[in-house]
Design a protein around this ligand. Structure first.
Ligand code: FE2
Ligand code: FE2
Length: 353
């Protein structure tokens, strides 16, 4: 498939409506790898109210994403689900989320989020979806899915019930929570896994929390981020995509490009809007316009990501904001906003009407 046709297809998609799914193109013109696309859906936070009653707007976000995925042309080779399928990790929530996902016609690879995990430490999720971390190869690209939301056993065992533990971890700014980590066992696995991969193979890593330290107070954070980055350092092309933060973030650390993806459920505020926090965002990130409470889908959205020779161009399609494009600048060797990078820290308000 021609890249131009792919972009045309994406344009048609936009004309049909803006939906919270990401379409990803991996394109390596002159290498042995072939072009392909995959889609990305994340952070649906399916929440049970009682019995068969679930929070409708969260259901709708995921239903729309799956429907849009099924209509994508070209068809994605697979779908990544970026974590936080459930809100409080219960069987009814995971079952209901997977029931909605079962309408997806494509193979789905799942990432585990903290909202899926802390009720029963991922047991039910695993019984339905398999291991918490794994890797796979696809058309010349090595993909790794990590569980980045682990904490130490001391914290795990201090609660009287799984419900209490999940309740604490479900809050954005609960001081009783604990910073996330990938952990020693998984780092050892990752090291072994990457030993089998040649250094010029493009790597795409999926985590739920950012594999960089942004703001600890809200767990926009992974405690052993530097150790993971060190394992990725020998590779020439590395892209990390993460969910969890429900907002646009991007950064470059050495050889690693970082991009967040949007949530289908709701937007989180930026840490810089929290006066006690100061700004902990990567300097590079120009913040998106903030949510308008009168628009249910404001500051949610989707993006397609064009990974071109190992560098990525991310187009954010935002229902109540203008499209933004964050692309790798081969001169400055970092991702930059095509329109707003030089205009300061925050983009100006945009007209809804
Ligand atoms: Fe989330
Ligand atoms: Fe999360």
């Amino acid at each position: 498939m021609q890249r131009r046709n792919f972009l045309k297809g994406a344009g048609a998609l936009l004309a049909g409506g803006v939906l919270p799914v990401s379409l990803v193109e991996v394109a390596f013109g002159k290498t042995k790898t072939e072009n392909f696309t995959f889609a990305y859906i994340s952070d649906s936070h399916i929440q049970q109210i009682k019995g068969n009653s679930f929070v409708r707007s969260f259901d709708r976000g995921l239903i729309r994403a799956v429907a849009e995925c099924n209509m994508l042309d070209p068809k994605p080779d697979f779908v990544i689900y970026g974590g936080d399928l459930a809100q409080l990790g219960s069987k009814p929530e995971i079952d209901h989320g997977l029931e909605i996902m079962s309408a997806c016609k494509h193979k789905v690879h799942y990432v585990l989020g903290e909202h899926d995990y802390y009720l029963d430490l991922g047991k039910y999720w695993q019984s339905q979806l398999g291991p918490h971390w794994y890797s796979f190869d696809h058309k010349g690209v090595h993909f790794v899915v990590l569980n980045s939301i682990l904490v130490d056993d001391k914290w795990i065992n201090k609660w009287s019930s799984g419900e209490e533990r999940m309740g604490v971890m479900a809050g954005l700014d609960n001081p009783l929570g604990s910073p996330f980590m990938v952990g020693a066992a998984q780092r050892a696995w990752l090291k072994q896994d990457l030993n089998k991969v040649s250094k010029d193979t493009p790597l795409v890593i999926f985590s739920h929390s950012p594999l960089q330290k942004i703001y600890k107070g809200w767990n926009f954070w992974t405690d052993d981020a530097e150790q993971i980055q060190a394992l990725l350092k020998p590779f020439s092309k590395v892209n990390v995509f993460y969910g969890h933060v429900h907002q646009i973030q991007y950064n470059q650390i050495g050889n690693i490009s970082f991009h967040s993806v949007m949530a289908t459920a709701w937007p989180w505020p930026y840490p810089s809007t929290y006066s006690q926090a100061g700004s902990h965002l990567p300097k590079l990130t120009v913040e998106m316009n903030r949510a308008d409470p009168f628009f249910e889908r404001d500051a949610t959205g989707w993006q397609f990501i064009d990974v071109w020779s190992g560098n990525s161009t991310v187009q954010y399609q935002l229902p109540e904001n203008n499209t933004r494009t964050v692309a790798f600048n081969t001169k400055s060797k970092r991702p930059e906003d095509k329109q707003y990078q030089s205009k300061g820290k925050r983009i100006p308000p945009q007209d809804h009407y």
